[in-house]
Ligand binder design. Structure first.
Ligand code: NAP
Ligand code: G4F
Length: 336
């Protein structure tokens, strides 16, 4: 049976990828950093917590990376662990660089020395493109606009460099935003669906939001993890944009989620005074807060996944309406 090692297995993508690989007969191992309360909620929610093998592996600790990889020598390694919150990366730029960039060098060098046949996936991101605009493919220039994006660009270049230098099977998946009911609550989609579900249950005030005009190419995490695996089944590694090709504003995502819960949002005011009120009940659903704007914003991210379609046969199955509906209903049901 093939073996896979997933760093960041406790995260959103780690949980979906672990389920995907288990369904294909893999023995799945995962790395976890030590925390006072193990964060197994996502694996438990997918019913797979007792089917994966968990190892102590903190990306800030080279020895733990080396120990796990020398012992396991997995067929496939998916590096999903990261400080993944863009806004937080301005607060902890050094930590973000160490986990998202420098640790990737440690993993690649460990593989080169001790397990060069392992096929490797690096979780790269559309954040690396910055404000380029248009439909972005693998040839778009990297102009990151956050410490997070800069660190991920470093890791992406390292992955490409190790592939070209040493002929190893290394792939970089340039994934655009992908969401799910397992999404961290601090990301905007989940913040919206959770906040609106609370209002629908009669609890909680309006959702406080920053830039409502930002547009993102939001897909479903369950669709995107398939592309990670497909990259590692090719004869050689490569770089692939994974995206739906549809960009939606934060405001429109909030409207879709509100509609899924039976609200009819009406916009009042504009700019920093913008709020949305439910036409039927008059309840305030969301409002803008200046403190949630970022030091530098990416106005629009939209991907062109033609290469992934052509070479991997990957296409997303879930559109933005279905995604908003799935997340809003899941949060609503969880509070029932
Ligand atoms: P996530 O839910 O935030 O999960 C991040 C994972 O990394 C968690 O398991 C976390 O462990 C782990 N981690 C953080 N610091 C670590 C460290 N020092 N040592 C070991 N593990 C550590 O992120 P995600 O949404 O699943 O994203 C997966 C990857 O794809 C990330 O690299 C992210 O940057 C990248 N990405 C995500 C998207 C997206 O839209 N979701 C798009 C493009 C790229 P804890 O449970 O202990 O916190
Ligand atoms: O949900 P977000 O925090 O995601 P962001 O910054 O696009 O990053 C996510 O996607 C990247 C891929 O492009 C990943 F690499 C990264 O790891 C992460 O998964 O914010 C989305 C947009 C931004 O423009 C932000 O300014 O929503 C805007 N926004 C408006 N109000 C908000 C809020 N974002 C958050 N988190 N919270 C708000 O209240």
């Amino acid at each position: 049976m093939p073996t896979a090692f997933i760093t960041g297995i406790t995260g959103q993508d780690g949980a979906y990828l672990a389920r995907f690989l288990l369904a294909r007969g893999y023995v799945v191992h995962g790395g976890m950093r030590r925390v006072s309360q193990p964060r197994l909620a996502r694996l438990e929610r997918l019913g797979i917590a007792d089917r994966v093998h968990l190892h102590e592996c903190d990306l800030l600790d080279l020895a733990s990376i080396q120990r796990v990889l020398r012992d396991l020598r997995p067929d496939e390694l998916y590096n999903l662990a990261a400080q993944s919150h863009v806004a937080t990366s301005w607060e902890v730029p050094s930590l973000t660089a160490r986990v998202n960039a420098l640790a990737v060098g440690d993993i690649l060098e460990t593989l080169r020395l001790f397990s060069p046949e392992t096929r490797f996936y690096q979780a790269s991101t559309s954040e690396m493109f910055g404000n380029a605009g248009g439909a972005l493919d693998e040839s778009a220039p990297l102009r990151p606009r956050s410490p997070y994006g800069a660190a991920k660009a470093h890791a992406h270049h390292l992955t490409v460099n190790y592939r070209e230098s040493w002929g190893m099977h290394l792939s970089s998946g340039i994934l655009f935003n992908h969401e799910s009911p397992l999404r961290g609550e601090e990301f905007v989609t989940r913040k919206i669906t959770r906040g609106l579900a609370r209002i629908a249950h009669g609890a909680g005030g309006p959702v406080l939001l920053g830039n409502l005009d930002a547009r993102r190419d939001w897909g479903f995490a369950g669709d995107h993890v398939a592309a990670m695996w497909q990259m590692l089944q090719r004869d050689r590694g490569g770089d692939y944009v994974v995206a739906t090709g549809v960009a939606t504003s934060v405001r429109d995502f909030a409207r879709l989620a509100a509609g899924a819960l039976g609200f009819t949002p009406e916009t009042l005011g504009e700019g920093l005074d913008e709020t949305a009120v439910d036409r039927k009940t008059g309840r305030c659903l969301w409002r803008v807060t200046p403190g949630l704007f970022r030091p530098a914003e990416i106005d629009r991210l939209c991907g062109d996944a033609a290469r992934a379609r052509r070479d991997l046969g990957w296409t997303p199955a879930t559109g933005i309406e279905a995604l908003a509906d799935m997340m809003a209903r899941a949060d609503h049901d969880a509070l029932a």
